[in-house]
Each structure stands twice: as C-alpha cells, then as structure tokens.
Design a protein around this ligand. Structure first.
Ligand SMILES: Nc1ncnc2c1ncn2[C@@H]1O[C@H](COP(=O)(O)OP(=O)(O)OP(=O)(O)O)[C@@H](O)[C@H]1O
Ligand SMILES: [Mg+2]
Length: 366
C-alpha cells in the first residue's frame, strides 16, 4: 500500500484515446496504488482493453500522460516498461516447451542461464505446476495453460501485471478456481495488478478498487463495497447486482431520513446522507436481496422500517433462493430475491414487503 510521499504505482492523467472519430477512452484521471489489484469493469466496447494497451505501450494516447512510479512513460518503448501481460487467449508459443515459454521474457534481459533455470522453476512452483518444464502447451489443460501464462508474466518480476479478461475462455467452475488462484498469487507477490473484466462477480470478489467505465468514461471508482452499496448513478447501480429503481419525490428531510413519496403513493424513508432537499426528483435504488416479503395476513410491521403492500405476479424458484416479481399499486413492480426463510409464495398472493432505510440508496433522477 502507498506510504507517505511515495507516488502511486500507476497514474492516468487526462488520458484520452481516439480512433478516427471513435473516442475509446475519454479524459481519464485515475491512480493505482502500489501492490493493489484494480479491475476495469464495464460493458463491451467501453474502452477497457484500450486503456490497458496504452499502459502496455501497444497504443499511444491521443492526449494525456501515463506515469509509472511517478515517471511519465508515454515515450518508453514496450520492452523497457517492465510489465507482465496476460490476455484472454493465453497465447503460449505452441511449438516451444513450457520451459521456453516461461523463460521467454528473461532471454532479452541480462540474466544468466543458471539464473533463468531457477526463476522458471520458482515461477512454476508459484502457479502450482512444478515439473512440467519439458511438456508442450498442447499437453496441458486450458486452466493449466492459463497458469503457464501467469508464470510467464510473473517470472520477469514486473512492476505491474496487466490482465485482459484472462479467465473468460475457461468454463464456470474452472473460472471460479482460477479467480482465487489469481487473487492468491497477486497477494503473495504483492504485485500491482490491473485486471480487465466485464464480469461483476469477478470484479467484486477480487478487487481492492474497481473502476467502472461506460463509453470510455469513468463512472465511479472505489472499493467493491462502496461501488456496490453506493452507486453514483443509474448505470453503475444497474451494472452491478440486481437493482430496483423506484422513482419518487422528496417530500421531507429530517436529521436522520429523507422521506420519498414513490409513485404508488407510499412514503419510504432513506437514510439521510446529505445532498437532497424537499422537492427533488430522485431514484431510489434497492437491491433485490434487501427486501423481505411476508404473507399479508401475518405481517407485523417493525418500527423504523419501510413497508408497503403488493401481490406476487411472477416467481422463479432457483433452489436456495426465489426470485419474485411483485406488483404494487399504480402498476409499479419490484423484483425481490428471497433466501427462502419463509414458505414459497403463490402467484396472486398478497404480501407485505419490508426494507430498512439504510438499504434505500438515493440518486438524483436522470
Ligand atoms: N484499433 C482500433 N481501431 C478503431 N476502433 C477501435 C480500435 N480498438 C478499439 N476500438 C474501438 O474503441 C472502443 C473501445 O474498445 P475496447 O476494445 O477498448 O473495448 P473493451 O471495453 O475492451 O470491450 P470488450 O469488453 O468487448 O473487450 C470500441 O468502440 C472499439 O470499437
Ligand atoms: Mg476488451
């Protein structure tokens, strides 16, 4: 982690990339602390790869500067940047042995043969594949090949590890396993890592910090919990998790709560974190998992919690949890995901829904 006057490991200062008329990355300012794992998260085409390629030296910024350890690197050639790179298709050299694949980045450095052997052995141990030096890539599974790609990237002891959707070619179970593997390896080595993904679970589970992007622009940066719990806008809230967006108007603000009249006529309370006043048009964001539903006739409201009534419109049973669509007054609908603490509700059944004010997050209406 950063100390006192040490500059961040990587800094983007007003970085921008245009391809003809397409603006792939728009005026980005962003710092990455030493030893941290940062993910670039966003939908296809939002500029994640372009940003990574500019760090790598594979694309030149149209405007702005990139700094590593406080030094501008815009004009530093690729091979002088001391970066480890791992891409989606692991891109091992098919006709080279695993040893030669891993040793590749060391050949152009001033490293003795003896030292190369030690480093390769060590890197293979780190990715938990010792002893495969003499095999060919085709003799390894997909997950193993991806670990070799990791060994090849870390063997040079890079300042920064760049990973562009490294797990997307793997099937779901293997992905989960490799996600933990990358996480552990990164922590063990303490290497600053920029990880590109469009998978929110990957981003939430691995990152020290997430940079959420859309159309080349930074939407929000922060730790997984802050980005998930306090999204700054509709896009971020919609991209991470299952969100309900409930339109309303602020009718009162007191010390602890903002009172919002929603379209059903109900008044819901949100925790007052400042920034809203009477008359503001707002969107209230509530995660589907935050609501609790109760059979209407058994419901006893808890003081201080929001509650309102509805009717089950649709449900899908998913084993451990159930997804319900609940019809409210005024033709509104909410989506809730219930952990099945109670019985399964029938379609058409009247329910009371409850949610705590601190799970109701407000953003200005867009
Ligand atoms: N070499 C290029 N020439 C022209 N346009 C490009 C080039 N590379 C990228 N773009 C455009 O820049 C935008 C950002 O692309 P980029 O590859 O960075 O997106 P991404 O976030 O990595 O998407 P994905 O999740 O699909 O990989 C896109 O609109 C893309 O079409
Ligand atoms: Mg990409």
């Amino acid at each position: 982690m950063a100390t006192g006057n040490k500059p961040p490991m990587v800094q983007f200062k007003g970085i921008m990339k245009r391809f003809g008329k397409v603006v792939a990355v728009e005026k980005m300012d962003f710092d990455i602390e030493e030893g941290s794992l940062v993910t670039l998260l966003g939908p296809s085409g939002c500029g994640k790869t372009t940003l990574l390629r500019m760090v790598a030296g594979l694309e030149e910024p149209t405007e702005g500067d990139i700094l590593i350890k406080g030094k501008r690197i815009n004009d530093t050639p690729i091979h002088r940047r001391n970066l480890g790179m791992i891409f989606q298709n692991y891109a091992l050299f098919p006709h080279k042995t695993i040893f030669d694949n891993v040793a590749f980045g060391l050949k152009y450095r001033d490293v003795s043969k003896n030292e190369i052997e030690k480093k390769v052995t060590r890197a293979l141990e780190m990715v938990r594949l010792p002893g495969v030096e003499n095999r060919m890539p085709s003799q390894l599974s997909g997950g193993q090949q991806q670990r070799i790609a990791m060994a090849r990237a870390i063997v040079i002891e890079p300042d920064v590890l760049l990973m562009d959707e490294p797990l997307s070619a793997l099937d779901e179970n293997l992905r989960e396993e490799m996600r933990r593997e990358v996480d552990n390896l990164q922590q063990m080595l303490g290497v600053t890592t920029i990880f590109v993904t469009h998978d929110q679970r990957e981003a939430l589970s691995m990152s020290d910090k997430i940079l959420v992007m859309k159309d080349g622009r930074k939407q929000q940066e922060g730790g997984p919990e802050s980005v998930y719990n306090e999204p700054v806008n509709h896009f971020v809230a919609g991209f991470l998790g299952h969100s309900n967006f409930i339109s309303g108007e602020v009718v009162e603000v007191d010390d602890s709560h903002v009172h919002v009249r929603i379209e059903t006529g109900d008044i819901l309370f949100a925790e007052n974190k400042g920034g809203f006043s009477k008359g503001d048009a707002v969107e209230m964001i509530v995660r589907a998992q935050r609501f609790d539903a109760f059979p209407k006739e058994e419901f006893k409201p808890v003081q201080g919690l929001n509650h309102f009534e509805g009717r089950i419109k649709d449900r899908s049973y998913m084993g451990g949890e159930v997804s319900y669509f609940i019809e409210l007054a005024a033709d509104r609908e909410i989506h809730i995901i219930s952990m099945m603490r109670t019985r399964l509700y029938k379609i058409g059944e009247a329910v009371s829904v409850q949610v705590a004010p601190h799970h109701c997050h407000l953003i200005p209406a867009e």
